[in-house]
Design a protein around this ligand. Structure first.
Ligand SMILES: *Cc1c(COP(=O)(O)O)cnc(C)c1O
Length: 362
């Protein structure tokens, strides 16, 4: 089955085989080594210096990393602004609310870009704001939010910028210093092509609260994880097979040429999808300049329900992804993540042409 959903992804044979490495106790030196390799290689993806940055590993899905980042890095005295133009931005507001943070959210329509003028006005009206949270690639619509622009607004006011990079890390440019990023949460099983079960936060070391600060969560305490991981240890039982797979996936990414190469590869795959669908008059939701290279949303063709399209494609060996919320009835999404080849996309376009053709003549 070819998975065109935004994670979990098709694994390469090499990554899949790493899942069945020998059993390992997380209190042994072999685990420390594995954890250390992964932490170093995660920083290497964007060339970050280990003196100033830490990659902190969690056993949990991407949301665990986002929740750990927000609940650990915004202090009681802090005030968070959450920017939202989709499901994942709105989820960060929920996280802030659940943890009792002081926060304001600035919701936008899901199909709209983040409005830098509105954000600047909101920051001017709320001088207590210390942190801003934003999704880099809003997977709801496939929109790549303007991190450089938002980062510049944060810089001007010396605010900390917390990024949900769950569906962009490994394939889109994340210029941590130039964008002024304080921390970025991401996961193994999206653009990094690892197995589900491990997620992580890359954070400036100076942003982590000290050991004297009371954490808001026992399991999601980022500073606690970082202290123990720096010492070669870990507080809880990690998902060791997923750790092995993540290291293999990071080696594979590096050998293939890093995130820039993956960016170009995704772009070529989704361009082939775009061209194939254009021939069927199926239009993308967003103009290419606003879209990530990772995922595109398309309008469902007239007279074809999502379920019919999904089921027809699944019979042909392809899994597409529905729209979320109000977009569930009108959109479908196609992601390029995972061990997918150009030939898979060719077959996908052919399968889709068949399904649509059969529907329209039916
Ligand atoms: C997938 C995704 C998440 C959540 O990841 P889970 O692994 O399902 O918890 C968060 N943010 C974005 C932008 C995502 O695409």
């Amino acid at each position: 089955m070819i998975l065109l959903n935004p994670g979990p992804v098709n694994l390469s044979t090499r990554v899949r085989q790493a899942l069945i490495k020998p059993d390992l106790c997380h209190r042994e030196a072999e685990f420390s080594w594995l954890q250390q390799q992964i932490r170093a290689r995660l920083l290497d993806v964007y060339g970050l210096d280990a003196e100033r940055w830490a990659a902190v590993l969690l056993t949990g899905s991407g949301t665990a990393a986002v929740e750990a980042m927000i609940s650990s890095l915004v202090p009681d005295s802090g005030h968070l602004l959450v920017l939202a133009n989709g499901v994942y931005g709105e989820r960060m507001s929920s996280i802030a609310g659940i943890h009792g943070l002081q926060y304001v959210s600035l919701p936008h329509p899901w199909q709209a870009p983040l409005d830098l003028n509105r954000i600047a006005a909101c920051l001017a009206e709320n001088p207590r704001i210390t942190h801003v949270a934003v999704v880099h690639h809003e997977t709801t619509t496939g929109r790549l939010n303007d991190l450089a622009g938002i980062g510049a607004l944060c810089r001007a006011r010396k605010l900390s910028l917390l990024v949900d990079g769950v569906s962009s890390f490994g394939a889109e440019r994340l210029d941590f210093d130039a964008f002024g990023i304080t921390a970025c949460a991401a996961t193994a099983n999206k653009c990094l092509h690892g197995a589900p079960g491990v997620s992580f936060v890359i954070t400036r070391r100076e942003a982590l609260p000290g050991a004297d600060m009371r954490p808001r969560s026992l399991y999601l305490d980022l500073a606690g994880y970082c202290r123990l991981q720096d010492a070669g240890s870990t507080p809880f039982t990690p998902s060791i097979p997923a750790f092995y797979a993540l290291l293999e996936a990071l080696l594979e990414l590096d050998e293939a040429g890093g995130f820039g190469q993956r960016h170009d590869r995704y772009q070529a795959l989704l361009r082939a999808v775009h061209d194939g669908l254009a021939a069927l008059a199926i239009e993308p939701l967003l103009p290419p300049a606003d879209s990530s290279v990772v995922l595109n949303a398309y309008h469902l063709p007239r007279g074809v329900s999502y379920q019919a399209l999904h089921d027809g494609l699944k019979q042909g060996g392809f899994v597409i992804y529905a729209g979320q919320g109000a977009l569930a009835q009108t959109l479908f999404r196609v992601s390029a993540m995972g061990a997918i080849e150009p030939a898979d996309i060719e077959r996908f376009v052919a399968a889709l042409t068949d399904v649509i053709g059969a529907r329209i003549t039916a």
